[in-house]
Design a protein around this ligand. Sequence first.
Ligand SMILES: Cc1cc2nc3c(=O)[nH]c(=O)nc-3n(C[C@H](O)[C@H](O)[C@H](O)COP(=O)(O)OP(=O)(O)OC[C@H]3O[C@@H](n4cnc5c(N)ncnc54)[C@H](O)[C@@H]3O)c2cc1C
Length: 398
Amino acid sequence: MIDFELTPEQKEAVETAHKVAEEIFRPISRYYDEHEHESPKELIDKLWEKRREGGSFVGLDTIAALRTEEICWGDAGLYLCAPSPGLGGAAIFATGTPEQMQRFLGNYNEGGPKWGAMAMTETGCGSDTSAITATAVLDGNEWVINGEKIFVTCGKRAMEDSEGLVVVWATVDKSAGRAGMKSFVVPAGTPGARVEKMEKKLGIRASDTVTIVFDNCRIPFENILGSPEVRKIDKTGTAGFKKAMATFDATRPIIAAQALGVGRAALDFVKETLEKEGIKIRYGLPRYKLTALERDVMDMEANYKAAKLLTLRAFSLMSQMLPNSLEASMAKAKAGLAVTKITQKAVEIMGPLGYSRKCLLEKWMRDAKINDIFEGTGQINMLVVARRVLDFSREQLK
Ligand SMILES: Cc1cc2nc3c(=O)[nH]c(=O)nc-3n(C[C@H](O)[C@H](O)[C@H](O)COP(=O)(O)OP(=O)(O)OC[C@H]3O[C@@H](n4cnc5c(N)ncnc54)[C@H](O)[C@@H]3O)c2cc1C
């Protein structure tokens, strides 16, 4: 049985993270939204110190989910600036060997701040990951990677600003389709890997999003995550693609937790503002007796809570090393949609105040949408859920 009552340890983690979000993230939230590409150096140094004191190098348990939500309640863009192995680390955690975890992530609390990134998307390859054109060719005891990856979150910080790493997806055999897709760890400073264009974005503007070009980039054979063999393992999936899916099982709940933070920020703001104006939400009345405003707020809360329960379930299964593909996609699809709806409704309810830059509501609306896009769009995650619930193959339900 999974019990979502918070333990005293979890409650303490939430309280500490909330304090950090309120006192450190919120006060600089607007500044870094308006100064895109400027690095929040002081924040990074502070967070790095905390990370070094904290010890563990990867957390994918319920506490990690709760902390992520709290920090993103503070600011989701700045959260993505926090030095950590990030999505690259999650990919290594999900698909690497214990030796690789130690080799790539073991030093993540040492030296200066470090970041990790994951590069899958290309100009012609987003939702349809089988369209990957980047290649990895074995030459002696090295892989030679060629290709261009776009929209890599934290790519600059991982590859230029620190001794970080990027997990890059490439095909070792184009003719094998999904079975040929493999992931490789490319450490910062590897010749042939260079960061290009930084994106200018709608939301999460403090986070860096870049293009990375791999031009005859050579990495040791041992940097491949999973087996180098190209072999079909069943009629619907393939070995290579299953690794990608295992990565998503770890990363999608993280995005869901980020979404929860932004959604709750908007929800809290609306409720506090209404309370200050003396407007009470009358819980427990039949729906026909409620005002439209009360119904709206209750819908927002119901969406937030449903997304939260799904997210905690996905994390809980993951921390017990149990399969969570269905739950990860459910959490991501629900949370991505919920945060988009909640923040839009919040702006609507607050009217001009919501739209004005005087408060952060309009920013949260902009920060929300990305959660419905990266790590699989809402549509793609719903497709995954439908396939799993109906027991349909990829070919049967596209
Ligand atoms: C700020 C930002 C950060 C990002 N960070 C990263 C990162 O760190 N690493 C990385 O690899 N990528 C990253 N991405 C890329 C992101 O994962 C992709 O944008 C996303 O997967 C969608 O791919 P696409 O943009 O090619 O859209 P497309 O796949 O072209 O989809 C366009 C639209 O069609 C819909 N659609 C597509 N196929 C179907 C279908 N079969 N059924 C129904 N609807 C469908 C989609 O849901 C979407 O609405 C980032 C993107 C952004 C904007």
